[in-house]
Design a protein around this ligand. Structure first.
Ligand SMILES: Cc1ncc(COP(=O)(O)O)c(C=O)c1O
Length: 341
């Protein structure tokens, strides 16, 4: 049987853990979200939501300097990825990506009956493997998940030139990175960028992702999406959050500062960590193949991380960057744990 996508655990008593397993934002969403919720009338729920998310797409268009026709919204970027697969791939055609990467691409490809070509790329490298010429869709998670490194903009441009089909740059974590691929939208007809409010806007529970791309491609995606894929509440909440950019920029700056501090300190302790451009890192104890035991030791101290039982990932765990306080505690725990390796 197919291996399905396995989401991170959502424990019922979240407060009992330091929850570093799903790359959620440790800070609450903008207070504007609370204000908006107060004003929402339950009476409106008898109406269907706007199927085209007009207001959201206009707001996002202003934000990115794009026409609303270049933007489509989805029920999280998971939904957007699913729409991309169903729009641009016929069963039997080739989907490709570098590996390790976000596991959902493969799952969506298998469900759809696509041929999957995975090219190993265990760490960032100046020489990227060439994309398969037959690939109709090439997924690039940049920054990479679960490792956190980012390919340079120059490398993404090279890739966009080489991919003969559509290059999907999944920028779920781009707000935490130095560079992003937005500038490619001006010159490339085959690039789609996927974004989400789950991480940077602290709105993972609300479910809103979107794609930015050439109007001709976005138009095709509209034909495939579920008619009412973004509910009324989500549209209102995200609109309120987008109107408070200073708030989320402040949180991002805090997370990036904590990340860079933590990464340097953990390396001093003897952990191996690839530099990260995301809101998570992938620390590895000095002894190879110890990701699982590391995960268990952290769990005993109520720190929840993510272990992937995969040949390329079994040396470490993926760890979200929490608050400064949470990461100070985590560092202390890691100082104890490393004695076992
Ligand atoms: C690379 C990547 N893409 C997409 C997603 C999905 O995000 P969402 O569906 O919450 O927008 C995630 C979530 O962890 C991710 O890591």
């Amino acid at each position: 049987a197919m291996k399905g996508y396995v989401p991170g655990i959502q424990p019922p008593e979240k407060e009992k853990y330091i929850k570093l397993n799903s790359n959620e934002n440790p800070y609450p969403p903008s207070p504007r979200v609370a204000e908006t919720l107060q004003k929402i009338s339950y009476q409106d729920f008898r109406f269907y939501p706007d199927p085209l998310c007009h207001q959201l797409r206009e707001k996002l268009g202003e934000f990115y300097g794009l026409a609303p026709e270049q933007i489509i919204c989805g029920n999280g970027s998971d939904d957007i990825l699913n729409i991309i697969v169903r729009t641009f791939l016929q069963p039997g055609e080739v989907m490709a990506f570098y590996e390790p990467t976000f596991p959902l691409y493969r799952v969506l490809g298998i469900i759809h009956g696509a041929e999957i070509i995975a090219l190993p790329l265990p760490e960032p490298s100046p020489e990227l493997p060439d994309p398969p010429p037959r690939a109709k869709v090439f997924f690039l998670a940049n920054p990479n998940s679960p490792l956190g490194y980012s390919l340079s903009l120059a490398q993404v441009i090279q890739l966009a030139k080489k991919v003969q089909g559509i290059l999907v740059v999944d920028e779920a974590y781009a707000e935490f990175a130095k560079e992003n691929a937005l500038s490619l939208l001006a010159n490339f007809k085959n690039v789609i960028i996927v974004r989400t409010v789950s991480k940077s806007y602290s709105l993972a529970g609300v479910r809103l992702g979107y794609a930015l791309g050439p109007a001709e491609l976005i138009k095709e995606m509209f034909k495939v999406k579920d008619p009412f894929n973004v509910n009324q509440l989500t549209q209102k909440i995200v609109l309120a959050a987008l109107n408070d950019p200073e708030y989320y920029q402040k949180n991002i700056a805090r997370i990036v500062a904590t990340r860079d501090w933590f990464l340097a300190e953990a390396c001093k302790l003897g952990y191996k960590i690839i530099p990260s451009q995301a809101n998570f890192i992938f620390p590895q104890p000095p002894r190879k193949g110890e990701g699982r035991s590391f995960y268990q030791y952290l769990l005993e101290k109520k720190i929840l991380t993510r272990f992937y039982d995969d040949e390329m990932l079994k040396d470490g765990v993926r760890m979200t960057i929490g608050t400064q306080e949470e990461m100070e505690y985590t560092l202390q725990v890691m100082r104890e744990i490393i004695k076992r390796y």
